[in-house]
Design a protein around this ligand. Structure first.
Ligand SMILES: [Zn+2]
Length: 98
């Protein structure tokens, strides 16, 4: 194997691993604004479940997490429920590790 090929391989692997980590759920599904009611109305990505808030409509905007145009407006009740669900999932993961 040539040296240049070796570096290409390393670079490819690094980018690949980073990509998988990002798609594998390490990126938070909850934006910093999600819990802040002052940040605007609640929106959710119907593809990956990303939760955020915005004062302008995000409907049909690209999701910052999965980049598909699946953002939909949700109610405050739904937002609270999804936030609780995500928190429960995180707790479940922590318990599994132990
Ligand atoms: Zn998404």
């Amino acid at each position: 194997m040539k040296r240049r090929d070796f570096y290409k391989l390393i670079l490819g692997t690094t980018v690949g691993v980073a990509g998988v980590t990002l798609l594998g759920g390490c990126a938070s599904k909850i934006s910093r604004e999600a819990r802040d009611k002052k940040a605007g109305d609640p929106f959710r990505c119907s593809k990956c479940g990303y939760l955020t808030r915005s004062k302008v409509s995000l409907t049909l905007r690209r999701c910052p997490r999965c980049y598909t145009k699946n953002m939909v407006a949700i109610s405050e009740e739904d937002m609270a429920r999804f936030l609780a669900e995500e928190a429960a999932k995180k707790d479940a993961k922590k318990t599994e590790k132990k």
